[in-house]
Design a protein around this ligand. Structure first.
Ligand code: B12
Ligand code: SF4
Length: 450
């Protein structure tokens, strides 16, 4: 059997280190016909240690998973391309294996990353197509016939959602699994792929597709049980929006109860009006943390951002989650098209009415290709069509600068500790490493709720 070394390039530990779930699926797809091993850069001490591991394993192919492009922080923006270039240099020094790129961040900029990292191939979209690429290489057939495959000749990418089998290969004994268990105790799980909504700035429908593809609830619960038995203290559901299908999410909750899942879990939710007892039922099945992608409390801005709800619905969703005894966080994206002092004040007044929650404010919206925001920015002359957006570029409202937004939010927050401005590297999250090192587990933002 040929050997494939799968490397997770991500070293970001904010707000906490994130288990490289995508590689479990890639390994699950490859395992029938290949031997695989996962290496995670988060717990590899040095480039020398990586070089040694590569030489020892002597792979035939190396798959490099690129999750984060940058830290998506307007205040302290940091791109990771040069780190990945250094990583590729170490890989090339220690192996002649073909280098194949993939991952969620990679999928947003497949051709740009391919060129900047001088890879041999890339797979944009789901890694379940990796085996097809390897078999085409081995049988010397045309690799460009495989949707999402990038070669030196590729200039644009035709993306198509995967409609075949999906298997997760989770190894409770792998070195990287032990790392996440000992640092925060959080592992993750996916219950479906795809998001049916079309928010103007969002890459998720491009990365995962716009049609929801559901995993069997029993299988999701079996995996949750596996994570629990491995020692996980918390599970994050990585779905774009866990409640995008009320029906399927309730089925998953029921399956969790049947499988006796006793550890807490959380995920991203859209603040839409749920059916009666929805949050109570999820809470009974172990849900503890709800992270709402609210973005604004001003209806004009919610329309501009193409959100699938209005502010009145946010209050309903919030109250229902609160009544079910859940910890709630709301994320806000300020400074989008049309943001002005009045829309900002409407949001801040709305936030005041959301009791007992944590609020994360992101000021300035990262512009990604394949989004409506990209077209708006192009039309307004904020970017040009040939611009390489791999280095972070943020949409700026012509009516209000980022600095003014930040000042207004901070003034309105008046020192309230549950109002956090900036991305994961803000003041409050800087204390997280110490807490995790002392053995605290889970996302921990609930401690800021006042
Ligand atoms: C869930 C999530 C989170 C959760 C993670 C919780 C957890 N414990 O898992 C939280 C909220 C913590 C989070 C934080 C952040 N996130 Co986030 N997150 C996501 C999300 C929604 C899903 C990621 C996921 O797990 N997907 C499920 C797995 C199975 O899919 P996957 O990893 O993509 O893998 C598949 C393919 O990509 C491919 N694949 C993967 N690797 C490889 C390798 C090869 C060789 C091949 C061929 C294929 C392949 O195959 C897999 C199976 O099909 C994505 C958006 C999205 N829909 O993808 C953003 C996303 C990954 N996040 C993003 C960002 C920016 C961040 C933050 C930096 C934000 C911030 N400033 O705080 C932090 C960084 C955290 C960290 N330490 O790294 C960006 C990354 C791109 C970018 N702009 O840099 C994304 C893409 C969203 C976006 N804005 O576009 N995130
Ligand atoms: S912001 Fe959330 S709901 Fe909107 S398209 Fe993205 S994942 Fe879907």
């Amino acid at each position: 059997m040929k050997k494939v070394l799968l490397i997770s390039a991500n070293r970001m530990k904010n707000p906490y280190p994130v288990y490289p779930l995508g590689l479990d699926y890639v390994a699950g797809a490859l395992n029938l016909h290949h031997e695989t091993k996962i290496l995670d850069m988060i717990d590899l001490a040095s480039p020398e240690a990586l070089g040694e591991q590569i030489r020892k394993y002597a792979p035939d192919y190396i798959g490099l998973s690129i999750r984060n492009i940058d830290n998506t922080d307007t205040i302290n923006s940091r791109g990771f391309l040069s780190d990945y270039q250094d990583l590729v240099a170490v890989i090339r020094q220690n192996s002649k294996a073909k280098l194949i790129l993939g991952g969620s961040g990679y999928t947003v900029f497949p051709v740009e990353f391919f060129r900047a990292l001088h890879a041999d191939y890339g797979v944009a979209g789901e890694g379940e197509r990796f085996p097809a690429l390897l078999s085409a290489l081995e049988n010397k057939t045309d690799v460009t016939a495989i949707p999402g495959v990038i070669t030196k000749e590729t200039s644009s990418v035709a993306y198509r959602a995967w409609d075949g089998d999906i298997h997760r290969a989770f190894d409770p004994d792998a070195a990287h699994t032990k790392y996440y268990l000992s640092y925060g105790g959080m592992l993750n799980l996916q219950t479906k792929r795809g998001c049916p909504f079309r928010c103007s700035y969002c890459t998720y429908p491009h990365i995962e597709g716009g049609k929801m593809r559901f995993f069997a609830p029993d299988e999701v619960a079996r995996q949750a049980r596996e994570l629990q038995e491995a020692g996980a203290k918390y599970i994050f559901m990585t779905d774009s929006a866990f409640n995008a299908s009320f029906e399927h999410s309730l089925q998953v909750a029921r399956a969790f109860t049947d499988a006796r899942i006793s550890i807490p879990w959380g995920g991203f939710f859209a603040p839409t009006v749920p059916p009666d007892d929805y949050y109570a039922k999820l809470a009974d099945a172990g849900l503890t943390h709800v992270e709402f992608g609210t973005e604004s409390m001003c209806d004009a801005m919610l329309t501009n951002l193409r959100k699938p709800f209005v502010a009145a619905e946010v209050f309903v969703a919030h109250q229902k989650a609160l009544a079910a005894g859940l910890y709630i966080a709301h994320y806000f994206l300020l400074g989008g098209p049309g943001e002005n002092p009045d829309t900002l004040q409407a949001t801040l007044r709305g936030v005041d009415r959301l009791e007992k929650a944590v609020f994360f404010f992101f000021c300035g919206i990262r512009i990604y290709p394949h989004t409506a925001l990209y077209e708006t920015a192009l039309h307004e002359g904020q970017i040009n069509a040939s611009q390489n957006l791999l280095e972070p570029v943020f949409y700026r409202s012509p009516h209000l600068s980022d600095i003014e937004i930040i000042k207004s939010v901070e003034a309105h927050a008046a020192g309230r500790i549950n109002w956090l401005v900036g991305a994961a590297e803000s003041k409050a999250t800087r204390i997280l490493p110490r807490l995790y090192e002392r053995g605290h587990t889970g996302p921990l933002w609930e401690h800021l709720i006042s």
